[in-house]
Design a protein around this ligand. Structure first.
Ligand code: AHR
Length: 510
């Protein structure tokens, strides 16, 4: 699609940073991910006994290394649509006794060779701060099953289920704090799909019971599976009216793709994400106001990514019930990575209310990491913005009000060419994350720094390429990586940079 850059007042993008004007503190849980029993996320993704890099537990150490580098802080498990038919007890105990089951969500055979205990072992093996975010099945199951799973996972000992866990070899309780009350229950594709009234009641009953076992659990109620759902916002209002005092979060899910060659709109996907967040915050606060509650419900954006969903629809129709088929294995381009960076910027810009977020998913399935069975693991283009944001996006988000030239988009009208945020770390360093949405032209940027003791550019890197469709593949796993940018200056309280066309930028000021 052709488009002309409107000559803004100066053709340059500007904003001001001042530590007096802040959005909020970044919750480390903003850099979460998601492992679902779907395709090859688990099997031949993170778990592949017999692989040259596998450890004694069958975990691929090449993948573990990449997950560490990615910097994920919380991992949602085991679904996704999969959880709505999940029988957790099939996934624990001696591996050779575990049943094979049909997974209706993805029309696959689940072998249960990897289960709850193996997932907790995977988190332990990561050795970092990644915590579990466990979903309970509110599709085919309900309150009793959630309680049984909670007792098995978290009770120290002395009851049938906690002693069963110990007999299975896990002497210490798993200590799972964060729980999802089902998954996308508004979606007609969901096994056990419900109306808002039905789900609201079930979520409230389950939450109340889980709190009876442990008042400190943190609970996520299902919001809509997308802003385009016909019941969006009404669903949230009905569910929260039932659950407001019982849950801590409401979930949001959003996936973006380039459709019909409309790259301009695709590059502006974060406009939709920010509108979505604002609408859910308004809905939460409306219910809070109606209930005269001082409590605020936070947002768990626990599925977000670029996903070429229109291609997936042709993949999932088989009734052959394969084991770990290749599903949703999108191979991301530079353009996809720039959009993903922009989505990260959107999340950071709302860090006051979005306090959990999970990039869906972690390995192979719409993921930043790809693997070959018996072969290597490598970083997709989208790996880099996530890893950089997780590493440098910790601290206080500063309030960034951009003045920038705009460009016309079919979906979102006129959109600023610059999308940006900035995070101030505890040591005073500031990192600017910025996307230039202009596909053809560099964008000059000027940032006025007020009240910040910053004297030098520590680093400016960009992810951009002469070929916006360049990807990392098995044959060329390092084709795309961020590169250093020269010429960025900091003088007289002004940062001056030029952002390459269609680029994701990380500028660190020390
Ligand atoms: O992440 C892939 C799928 O997208 C999840 O299983 C589901 O929750 C969503 O629709």
């Amino acid at each position: 699609m052709s488009r002309a850059v409107q000559p803004a007042s100066s053709g340059r993008a500007r904003f001001t940073l001042d530590p007096a004007f802040r959005v909020g503190t970044v919750d480390p849980r903003l850099f979460g991910s998601f492992v679902e029993h779907l395709g090859r996320c688990v099997y031949t993704g993170l778990y592949e006994p017999g692989h040259p890099s596998a450890d004694a537990n069958g975990l691929r150490t090449d993948v573990l290394d990449l997950v560490r580098e990615l910097g994920v802080t919380v991992i949602r498990y085991p679904g996704g649509n999969f959880v709505s038919g999940y029988r957790w007890e099939d996934s624990v105990g001696p591996v050779e006794e575990r049943p094979r089951r049909l997974d209706p969500a993805w029309r696959s055979t689940e072998t249960n060779r990897f289960g709850l205990s193996e997932f907790m072992g995977f988190l332990r093996e990561l050795g970092g701060p990644a915590e579990p975010m466990m979903a309970v099945n509110l599709g085919t199951r309900g309150v009793e099953d959630a309680l049984r799973l909670q007792e098995y996972a978290n009770h120290p000992s002395g009851t049938a289920l906690s002693d069963l866990r110990r007999a299975h070899g896990d002497k210490e309780p798993f200590g799972i704090r964060l729980w999802c009350l089902g998954n996308e229950m508004d979606g007609p594709w969901q096994t056990g799909h419900k109306t808002a009234e039905e789900y609201g009641r079930l979520a409230a009953e389950t939450a109340r019971a889980m709190r009876q076992l442990d008042p400190d659990v943190q609970l996520v109620a299902c919001g809509s599976s997308g802003r385009a759902m016909p019941t969006f916002a009404a669903w949230e209002a009905t569910v929260l009216a039932e659950t407001y005092d019982l849950v801590d979060y409401v979930s949001l899910h959003a996936y973006y793709e380039e459709l019909d060659g409309d790259r301009d709109s695709f590059l502006a996907s974060a406009v939709d994400m920010e509108t979505f967040i604002d609408a859910v915050v308004a809905t939460c606060d409306h219910i809070g106001a109606r209930l005269k509650s001082p409590k605020k419900i936070n947002l768990s954006f626990d599925e977000w990514n670029v996903w070429y969903q229109s291609r997936t629809e042709t993949q999932a129709g088989s009734l052959d019930w394969p084991e770990a088929p290749r599903l949703l294995e999108d191979n991301y381009t530079v353009t996809d990575a720039v959009v993903l960076g922009s989505l990260l910027i959107a999340l950071l810009r709302h860090a006051d209310r979005v306090t959990v977020a999970c990039l869906a998913q972690l390995v192979n399935v719409i993921a930043p990491i790809l693997t070959e069975p018996g072969g290597p693991a490598w970083r997709q283009t989208t790996f880099f913005p996530f890893a950089q944001a997780s590493r440098h996006g910790r601290g206080e988000v500063l309030d960034v009000r951009v003045a920038a030239p705009t460009y016309p988009t079919a979906k979102y009208g006129d959109v600023p060419l610059l999308h940006a945020t900035a995070v101030r770390a505890d040591d005073g360093t500031v990192t600017v994350f910025a996307v230039n949405r202009d596909q053809a032209r560099p964008l000059p940027l000027e940032v006025a720094l007020h009240g910040l003791e910053l004297s030098r550019i520590a680093e400016h890197t960009a992810l951009a390429d002469a070929d916006p469709d360049a990807r990392n593949t098995l044959a060329a796993p390092d084709r795309v990586t961020p590169h250093p940018v020269t010429g960025t200056t900091l003088a007289d309280g002004t940062l001056t940079a030029v952002l390459e066309p269609l680029s994701w930028n990380v500028i660190r000021l020390a």
